[in-house]
Design a protein around this ligand. Structure first.
Ligand code: HEM
Length: 88
């Protein structure tokens, strides 16, 4: 995977973290302390924090796997000469 795509994923994960971190506690507070009207109004938006969490989990899993993907690619790309020199 290209370096710029990796950078983009990291920035994406970082910026989606902001609304996620704000909306999840807000959703809990609304459910625990909100008036019945507010809770009813929130009902329609209730899926948003779950969707954000899903996006964070997918992009986070990719970020987690990145070092392993890079390692596998390095191994594949290593010239044959380097691989035979290993024992020296
Ligand atoms: C299942 C969910 C998640 C997984 C698997 C995950 C995984 C990761 C991984 C692997 C990294 C890169 C760490 C590194 O190598 O430096 C990362 C960075 C980060 N994560 Fe998550 N994450 C998840 C959810 C979240 C959530 C919910 C938040 C905040 C609301 C969050 C905020 C961040 C931030 C701010 C960074 C640093 C990004 C940067 O500046 O490079 N993550 N996460």
């Amino acid at each position: 995977m290209t370096k710029s795509l990796t950078k983009w994923f990291r920035a994406f994960h970082r910026w989606i973290a902001v609304p996620t971190a704000l909306l999840i506690p807000a959703a809990v507070l609304i459910k625990l302390l909100g008036s019945p009207e507010l809770v009813a109004a929130w009902e329609r938006l209730d899926k948003v924090p779950s969707l954000l969490m899903l996006v964070m989990a997918i992009s986070g899993t990719y970020l987690f796997l990145l070092p392993y993907i890079a390692k596998a690619q390095r191994k594949k790309r290593a010239p044959a000469a380097l691989q035979t020199d290993k024992g020296r």
